[in-house]
Design a protein around this ligand. Structure first.
Ligand SMILES: *Cc1c(COP(=O)(O)O)cnc(C)c1O
Length: 372
């Protein structure tokens, strides 16, 4: 294994567990129980139908999802869901759907919804530079909204809700692309959850959608077949050729979560420890490392921070790259540094990064870079 792989702090597509990578490598040549390359197995085989069924069941088990939900494996990424959700639930409606604007990704969802119907942004963090999330008193949810939409983890800014938002009488819709299956979640409180694979659970190409059956009542009947959730439900996520490879890798990751990690509570404990290590270092650096997010809203997945000057940030990135780390530059929208520590990134890898950050801090302090 390339020694760089375990030190890949990329925001996404992101690092996957090493044991999964070995199984994937083998499957490219030959899936043992089939005797064929995963890249050449028909999506109409019984074997692939069993892959879909097992993956669905694993997701249900990991989340404790009730039988009222459909589990779909779709294409088009989270971005397609920015459109499919309002096409399904907002078209022709007069009462606005309620959206939270908490960062870069929720900001991408809002204009797509406006194409389909009225939208009310009930809170925006734009004035605060998306450095914090709202508390419940700042969120005047209405009882008659067709749905509310929010992003559980703002990947770019490193902000994460550590609670479920909204009201039980209005369908909750959540983009969980960057924290899906990173910890237990009250999935049954949501009407629809979507999450693409490429941050926590696999490669790009497949998006998991969990949808409560009752949400589909009264949805438009004239949507393109491919964009109609019911087509995919009826076809058991095999409506047209699905991304067989990506789906297989997500299956391997869910097996890893269940049988190697030991479930989502254990995964959450590991993820909390990783994040705590980095945030403690940021907080103990006397202002050298400057966390972007309000401490109460800090993401366990994306640790975003700045250094005192852009020059020091460039140096940090260059030296971290030379030291074997990868993917640490902040999102192109905001710059700075971002350490993404998704499920596949191990605690020892985070310890190595913490060691590098400490060493960098001490060296820069000595060379007096902090004088300015
Ligand atoms: C990365 C990301 C997206 C973008 O997803 P695509 O699959 O590229 O469309 C959307 N939402 C969140 C929260 C993300 O982290």
């Amino acid at each position: 294994m390339n020694p760089r792989n375990p030190l890949n702090f990329s925001g996404g597509p992101a690092a996957l567990p090493e044991s999964v990578l070995h199984l994937v490598q083998q499957s490219i040549v030959e899936v043992p129980e089939v005797g064929l390359s995963i890249l050449g197995i028909s999506h109409r085989t019984d074997w692939f139908a069993a892959v879909i069924t097992e993956l669905e069941n694993n997701i249900r088990t990991l989340l404790g999802l009730s039988g009222e939900y459909h589990v779909l494996l779709l294409q088009g990424g989270a971005t397609q869901q920015f459109s499919t959700v309002p096409m399904t639930l907002l078209r022709g409606k007069h009462i606005p759907a309620e959206y939270l604007h908490t960062g870069y990704w929720s900001g991408k969802a809002i204009p797509e919804a406006r194409r389909e119907g009225p939208v009310r942004v009930i809170w925006s963090g734009e004035r605060d530079g998306f450095s914090r999330l709202p508390n419940d008193e700042e969120l005047p949810f209405s009882a008659d909204a067709p749905y509310i939409h929010y992003v559980s983890n703002e990947t770019v800014e490193g902000l994460q809700f550590h609670r479920v938002l909204g009201r039980d009488d209005v369908p909750r819709i959540c983009d969980m692309s960057s924290d899906f299956l990173s910890e237990p979640c009250a999935a049954n409180k949501f009407a629809l959850i979507y999450a693409h694979a490429q941050k926590n659970i696999g490669p790009a190409g497949v998006t998991v959608v969990l949808i409560r059956d009752s949400l589909l009542e009264g949805m438009p009947v004239d949507l393109p077949g491919f964009l109609d959730y019911r087509s995919h439900i009826k076809a058991h996520s095999n409506f047209n050729t699905p991304p067989v490879f990506a789906i297989y890798v997500v299956l391997l990751v869910t097996r890893w979560l269940m049988y190697e990690v030991g479930g989502l509570s254990r995964m959450a404990e590991i993820n909390r420890n990783k994040a705590a290590l980095l945030y403690a270092l940021v907080d103990g650096s006397n202002g050298f490392y400057r966390g972007r997010a309000n401490p109460a809203d800090r993401s366990l997945m994306n640790v975003s921070f700045n250094l005192p000057t852009p020059e020091l940030e460039r140096r940090f990135l260059a030296e971290s790259l030379a030291a074997g780390f990868s993917g640490l530059s902040g999102h192109r929208a905001i710059g700075g540094i971002r350490a993404s520590i998704y499920n596949g990134l191990t605690f020892p890898a985070v310890e190595k990064l913490a060691g590098f950050m400490e060493d960098f801090l001490h060296r820069m302090a000595k060379t007096d870079c902090l004088a300015k």
